[in-house]
Design a protein around this ligand. Structure first.
Ligand SMILES: Nc1nc2c(ncn2[C@@H]2O[C@H](COP(=O)(O)OP(=O)(O)OP(=O)(O)O)[C@@H](O)[C@H]2O)c(=O)[nH]1
Ligand SMILES: [Zn+2]
Length: 353
C-alpha cells in the first residue's frame, strides 16, 4: 500500500516547508518564501534558471515597480542578487533608508495562476507575501507538490471545525464558564470559545468574535483597544449570566504576530495601521470571518447580539446565514497611544467609534 497525502494534507505540509525555507513545487514552479530562503537555497534555485520574485500589487506599488498582472507583480531577479536583496524586496523595514531598489525588469504575459497560488500559500503560512520562483524542467519528487488551481480552491475553502475538548473554567468575570477548543480540518490554528452560563440555543445569544491580540490581550499594550474590549465583553456576559466569546487565533487581523510587529515598526516610522499593512504587501484585513460563524453554528447558535464596532463582522455573519438581532457597541477608553489608531479604524475601516 502506498500512502499518498491528500491535497489538504499537502497544503498544510507546504506551509511548514515554506516557513522552514524549503521550496515547494506548484505547477512545475519551484517556490520559496522570500523571507525564509537561505543563501544556499537561493543559489541552488538561481542555478536552475532565471528566477522571479513575486510580490503583491501593494508591495510593488511601494517599490515603484509596474504592475502588469492585476493584483501581483513578477520581477526578474538580477543574477547577482543575494539573500539581502531578496529580503529587502519582501520586507519594507529598510525602505526609508534605501527607498530606490529598481530599476526592475518585469515578467509579462503567460499564466500567472501558479504565482497567485504561491502568494496565497505564503499568506496562509503567515509569512510576508513575497516568493521566489524558478521554472523547473525536471520533476523534484522529494518536495511537496501542489497543483495551482486545486491549491487556490483549497485555500479559499471554508475549514470545518471540530470540537476537541471542553472543560469548566471559572473566570474572574464569570465563575460559571466553560472553555471549548475547536480544531480546523486544514491543519491551521485552533480557535476557542468561552461559554458563559448555559445560553439558550433558540434565542439571540450575547456574543463576541474576538481576534487574538497577544500584545493587547496578554501584555496590556496601550496601542490598541483589544485588551479592554476582551475584558469588557467577558464582564458584560458575566453580569448578564450568559454569553459566548469566540477567541479566534487570527492575530494581527490575520497576518500573524511577526508581521504585526513589522507593521508596528512601520507605524513607528509614521505610517498608520492600514498603510503599514499595505506596505508589507497585505490587504488591510486578511481575516476569514467564516471561522467564527462555523463555530457558532457548531455550538448550536443561530442568532446573536453581537458585541462589535465593526460593521463588516455583522455583514459577514449575516452572509453566513446567522441572524444578527442586534449590534452591541463595545467602546473602551482612549489613551494617547491608541487614539490615532482608533481614528484610522473609524475613517478607513468603517468602525463605528
Ligand atoms: N495588522 C494589524 N493588526 C492589528 C493592529 N492593531 C491591532 N491589530 C489586530 O486587530 C485585530 C482586532 O480584532 P478585533 O478587536 O476582534 O476586531 P475589530 O475589527 O477591531 O472589531 P471590533 O469587534 O469592533 O473590535 C486583532 O487581531 C489585533 O491583533 C495593527 O496595527 N495592525
Ligand atoms: Zn490589539
Amino acid at each position: 500500500m502506498t500512502l499518498i497525502p491528500t491535497l489538504t494534507e499537502s497544503v498544510s505540509r507546504a506551509r511548514t516547508d515554506l516557513r522552514m525555507g524549503l521550496p515547494v513545487v506548484i505547477d512545475g514552479w519551484l517556490v520559496a518564501a522570500a523571507e525564509t530562503v537561505s543563501q544556499d537555497r537561493l543559489s541552488q534555485m538561481q542555478a536552475l534558471g532565471p528566477a522571479l520574485v513575486v510580490l503583491t500589487r501593494w508591495r510593488a506599488e511601494t517599490l515603484k515597480a509596474m504592475v502588469y498582472d492585476g493584483d501581483l507583480a513578477r520581477i526578474v531577479v538580477p543574477p547577482e542578487a543575494d539573500r539581502a536583496w531578496l529580503r529587502a524586496m519582501a520586507d519594507p523595514v529598510g525602505d526609508l533608508m534605501t527607498p530606490l531598489k529598481g530599476p526592475f525588469r518585469l515578467a509579462r504575459g503567460g499564466d500567472t495562476l501558479p504565482h497567485r497560488a504561491a502568494i496565497a500559500l505564503a499568506k496562509s503560512a503567515e509569512l510576508l507575501p513575497a516568493v521566489l520562483m524558478v521554472s523547473l524542467d525536471q520533476p523534484s519528487p522529494a518536495l511537496t507538490q501542489l497543483p495551482a488551481e486545486a491549491l487556490m480552491t483549497q485555500l479559499a475553502t471554508e475549514a470545518q471545525l471540530a470540537p476537541v475538548a471542553a472543560a469548566r473554567l471559572p473566570l474572574l468575570a464569570a465563575e460559571n464558564s466553560r472553555l471549548h477548543i475547536f480544531r480546523p480540518d486544514d491543519g491551521a490554528a485552533e480557535h476557542y470559545a468561552v461559554e458563559i452560563g448555559t445560553p439558550a440555543r433558540d434565542k439571540p445569544v450575547l456574543a463576541r468574535l474576538h481576534s487574538a491580540c497577544f500584545t493587547g490581550d496578554v501584555l496590556g499594550s496601550l496601542k490598541c483597544d483589544c485588551g479592554p474590549q476582551l475584558h469588557a465583553a467577558l464582564n458584560a456576559m458575566g453580569s448578564a449570566g450568559e454569553g459566548v466569546l469566540l477567541y479566534l487565533n487570527q492575530e494581527g487581523r490575520g497576518i500573524g504576530l511577526a508581521n504585526k510587529m513589522r507593521a508596528y515598526a512601520l507605524q513607528g516610522q509614521g505610517f498608520d495601521t492600514v498603510e503599514a499593512n499595505h506596505r508589507l504587501g497585505f490587504e488591510d484585513d486578511e481575516r476569514d470571518f467564516r471561522i467564527g460563524a462555523g463555530i457558532l453554528r457548531e455550538m448550536g447558535f443561530h442568532a446573536v447580539r453581537l458585541m462589535t464596532n465593526n460593521p463588516k463582522k455583522v455583514a459577514m455573519l449575516e452572509s453566513q446565514g446567522l441572524t444578527v438581532a442586534k449590534r452591541v457597541p463595545l467602546i473602551t477608553p482612549r489613551n494617547r497611544h491608541n487614539t490615532g489608531y482608533l481614528d484610522v479604524k473609524a475613517a478607513k475601516s468603517g468602525h463605528l467609534l
